[in-house]
Unconditional design. Structure first.
Ligand SMILES: *Cc1c(COP(=O)(O)O)cnc(C)c1O
Length: 364
């Protein structure tokens, strides 16, 4: 039996009737951009996270760069971010001309809060915390540092819809929480989508202006904005998925729990969860010193895997201009060389998961 690392079709089949009904409803409505579905989704998603406002956008990357744009962070400013993130986090900073200052991750693949302080300079304006793989970061320490040094806090929650630290949802600790609804995310649409959440009415109003060419009133443009609108079809379909978010997250937790209980192999390092934090298991990421051999072994058994991510941003061609060299961030680089995401998706069957577990346990 072939087992893929992800199965978006399964996620569709779980609520097929509701998705199809909603799609038809939107198609027949005659209204496709910035309408009642987006408004309803924004209210429902804000309520879900516990934030006061949500503003729908076209992607997670837009959420990130518009967040820094609105906070006025650009050329000459530094933003602290973990080195082992998806490159979009870093692009959100550099699109505005600001400089990313990388910090090594901790044992949970998140920003190592104990290594932030040494990176703070008089140019540091913000911390971008990424709740990578679905696990909440150490928000106690990070929020304390933001207070102490008067830094803005932006959260990249593209992988952490519903994850909490001390029972408070990721995305609500800083001034702006940035979300992606790319199809493979925990709350995924059927195309691109994103949003920010915030408690600040000014930020919410600014974001609404920026997403629509910088206009509050049609054809009166106050700033150079973007075309970054969440469309009605995506918003409607996201509302369907959001209404099932609790069961979808519970399903992932159950899958992760079984992996953690039943994978027994001394050559594999399994993920752990920080005290006071929880994970919504966007990925189940293991580590193996002999990763290439493991990948080939699993491929031989028709089990697919993905590496999140093989090249850390500081070593990517896009950021060669920053001048980092291999060896600059050894923890990050070691993770990039050894991490492997094993199959994990809503709608995964017991049988499929059993096959993955057995294969991993027999890897010698
Ligand atoms: C997916 C992702 C993004 C970007 O979201 P898009 O909607 O694809 O633009 C940003 N940060 C992280 C951590 C992501 O996983």
């Amino acid at each position: 039996m072939q087992i893929k690392p992800n199965r978006l079709d399964r996620g569709f089949l779980q609520y097929q009737d509701e998705f199809e009904q909603k799609a038809l409803e939107v198609l027949r409505s005659g209204w496709y951009v910035l309408g009642k579905e987006v408004e309803a989704f924004e209210q429902e998603f804000a309520a879900y996270t516990g934030a006061r406002y949500c503003v729908g956008l076209a992607s997670g990357l837009d959420a990130l760069w518009l967040a820094f744009r609105i906070l006025g962070i650009g050329a000459g400013d530094e933003v602290i971010v973990q080195a082992n993130t998806y490159i979009a986090s870093v692009m959100g900073i550099t699109i505005n001309g600001a400089t990313p200052v990388f910090v090594e991750p901790d044992a949970f693949y998140n920003l190592d809060a104990d290594r932030i302080e040494e990176k703070i300079t008089d140019r540091t304006k913000a911390i971008l915390v990424v709740h990578l793989y679905g696990q909440a970061s150490n928000m106690q320490k990070i929020t304390e540092l933001c207070k102490k040094y008067d830094l803005r806090l932006v959260e990249d929650c593209a992988q952490s819809h519903g994850a909490c630290f001390d029972g408070k949802m990721t995305g609500t600790f800083g001034e702006i929480g940035c979300f992606s609804f790319y199809p493979s995310k925990n709350l995924g649409g059927f195309g691109d989508g994103g949003a920010i959440v915030t408690d600040d009415p000014k930020i919410a109003a600014d974001m609404k202006m920026y997403r629509n060419y910088g206009s509050e009133k049609r054809y009166y443009n106050k700033v150079v904005g973007a075309n970054s609108r969440l469309d009605e079809l995506q918003a409607g379909l996201l509302r369907v998925r959001l209404s099932h978010m609790e069961e979808l997250t519970a399903e992932r937790r159950k899958l992760a729990e079984r992996y953690s209980k039943q994978i027994r192999n001394g050559s594999l390092i399994l993920p752990t969860v920080r005290e006071r934090a929880d994970s919504v298991w966007h990925q189940y990421v293991i580590r193996c010193e002999e990763r290439q051999r493991l990948i080939e072994y699993l491929n031989g058994r028709e089990i697919g895997t993905i590496i999140h991510y093989p090249i850390p941003p500081h070593l990517s061609e896009a950021y060669r201009y920053l001048g980092h060299k291999p060896g600059s961030y050894p923890v990050t680089e070691h993770y990039a060389d050894t991490v492997l995401s094993i199959p994990m998706y809503n709608g995964m069957t017991d049988e499929e998961q059993g096959i993955v577990i057995e294969a991993l346990n027999r890897f010698a």
